[in-house]
Design a protein around this ligand. Structure first.
Ligand code: 4GW
Ligand code: MN
Length: 357
C-alpha cells in the first residue's frame, strides 16, 4: 500500500522488481525440488515404488522386496534364560543346531511362524519287491500324524506299481507313484535310493516341493511329526547308538572306503531311515552319497552299513542344521527309556525271512 505514496515512475520500477523476485523464488523452489529427487535416487539406487496397504507398507528395491508385517499377540509360557526346558538330554550341538526333543519347543509358536508360508512337503518312501506290504499302514498313519494341515505329496518309489494301494487322502495331500528299477542284491536296493532321490531332486522335486523328508517304509507314525522337524538339512539320531562314545559307533573304519571315519572323529551316529531338508541340501547329500558309493564300487568295496555309512560321512563334514531325537525313529525292541517321552515314528516288526526272500 506504500506503493501509492511513491511517484508513478518509481511505482512501475517497484512492480518490475517484485516480478523479478517472484521469478527468482520460483526458480529456487524448482531447484530445491530437483535436488531432493536426485539425492533420493542416489541413496536408494534403482527406482523405488512404495505401496501403502493400511498399516503395512511394501518397498520394491530392484528385484528384492521389503515388507512390513502385522504383529500378532500370542500367549504362552515364558522361556527361562537360566533354566533349560529339559536337563536330561542334550538339546543343542556345538554348531548351534537344535536337537528336537519333546518339551523343548512350543508347537504353537512354530505353527505361527509357518503360517502363511504355504509350504509343500514331499515325503519319499521306497517300496521295492515285498516291501510294498508296508505302504498302507505307512500312509494311513502318516495321514493321522504327519504334517497335518500342510500340503503333502507322498512320492512312492516302487517296482510293483499295481501293488500300491489307493488310499483316501485328506485335502491338500496327494500320492505320486514312481516306477523305478529293482536290483538283485538287497544292499543295492537300499543304496540306490540315494541315486534315485538325487535324480528326482533335480528333475522334479525342485519344482514341486519346498522340503523333502526321506524315510524307511517299514515304519508307522504313532505321534505328531510336524514343522518342528523342518530345517535346511536334518538328520536323526540312531535309536541304538545315541549314548555311545564315538569309537563304538559303527562307522565305516576302512581307510580305503569313501565312507571312512577315523576313531577320533564323529559327532553322532545318524540313522539312514530319516533325513531331509530343502531340495538343494538333499541334492548335495544324495549326490555325495551316490558318488561315494560308485567310487567304492569301482574299487570293489562297499561300506559296512551301506547308504547309512555314506550318510554319516556326509553329515560329519557337512553338518545338519537340525537334528531329530530318536523320538522320530524308534524301534520298540530297544525298550522305552525314561527320557523318551514320545515315540512318533516306530519300526514295524518284520519277519526277516519272509519279507526279505
Ligand atoms: C534283505 O534282504 C533286505 S531287502 C534288506 C532291505 C530290503 C529292502 C529294502 C527291500 O527289499 N525293499 C525295499 O523297498 N527296501 C527299502 O529300503 C525300504 O524302503 C526299507 O525301509 C529300506 C531300508 O531297508 P530296511 O528297512 O529293511 O532296513 P533296516 O532293517 O535297517 O531298517
Ligand atoms: Mn527300516
Amino acid at each position: 500500500m506504500f506503493l501509492w505514496l511513491l511517484p508513478s515512475d518509481d511505482r512501475s520500477c517497484w512492480r518490475r522488481c517484485c516480478c523479478l523476485l517472484n521469478y527468482l523464488l520460483l526458480l529456487f523452489v524448482l531447484c530445491c525440488l530437483w535436488f531432493c529427487i536426485r539425492s533420493d535416487r542416489q541413496l536408494l539406487g534403482p527406482p523405488r515404488t512404495c505401496r501403502s496397504q493400511g498399516a503395512a507398507t511394501n518397498f520394491s528395491i530392484g528385484s528384492s522386496s521389503l515388507q512390513s508385517i502385522a504383529l500378532q499377540r500370542m500367549l504362552y509360557k515364558k522361556p527361562d534364560a537360566l533354566k533349560p526346558p529339559r536337563s536330561d538330554i542334550c538339546t543343542m550341538t556345538p554348531w548351534f543346531a537344535p536337537i528336537v526333543w519333546n518339551g523343548t519347543y512350543n508347537s504353537d509358536i512354530l505353527k505361527a511362524q509357518f503360517e502363511g508360508r504355504n509350504i509343500h512337503i514331499g515325503l519319499t518312501l521306497f517300496a521295492i519287491k515285498k516291501y510294498t506290504v508296508f505302504v498302507s499302514t505307512f500312509i494311513d498313519t502318516a495321514e493321522k500324524y504327519f504334517m497335518v494341515g500342510h500340503k503333502v505329496t507322498y512320492y512312492v518309489f516302487t517296482d510293483r506299481v499295481s501293488d500300491i494301494p489307493t488310499v483316501e487322502l485328506a485335502e491338500g495331500r496327494q500320492m505320486v507313484v514312481l516306477r523305478v528299477p529293482t536290483y538283485q542284491r538287497w544292499q543295492d536296493v537300499t543304496m540306490r535310493r540315494m541315486e534315485m532321490l538325487r535324480n528326482y531332486s533335480r528333475q522334479r522335486f525342485i519344482d514341486e516341493v519346498d522340503y523333502l523328508v526321506c524315510v524307511d517304509v517299514d515304519m508307522r507314525f504313532s505321534d505328531e511329526v510336524g514343522v518342528e522337524i523342518l530345517s535346511d538339512l536334518f538328520g536323526t539320531l540312531h535309536p541304538g547308538m545315541y549314548g555311545l562314545p564315538r569309537e563304538s559307533y559303527t562307522y565305516e573304519r576302512s581307510p580305503q572306503s569313501e565312507a571312512y571315519i577315523p576313531l577320533d572323529e564323529g559327532d553322532f551316529y545318524y540313522a539312514g531311515g530319516f533325513f531331509g531338508g530343502n531340495i538343494e541340501e538333499v541334492y548335495k547329500l544324495t549326490n555325495f552319497c551316490h558318488n561315494a558309493m560308485m567310487t567304492d564300487k569301482a574299487k570293489n568295496i562297499e561300506a559296512i552299513w551301506h547308504d547309512e555309512s555314506y550318510l554319516n560321512k556326509f553329515f560329519l563334514y557337512h553338518k545338519p542344521t537340525k537334528i531329530l531325537s530318536p523320538e522320530y525313529l524308534w524301534d520298540n525292541s530297544f525298550g522305552i527309556p525314561k527320557f523318551l517321552k514320545r515315540r512318533r515314528f516306530v519300526a514295524v516288526p518284520k519277519n526277516h525271512n519272509e519279507i526279505r526272500n
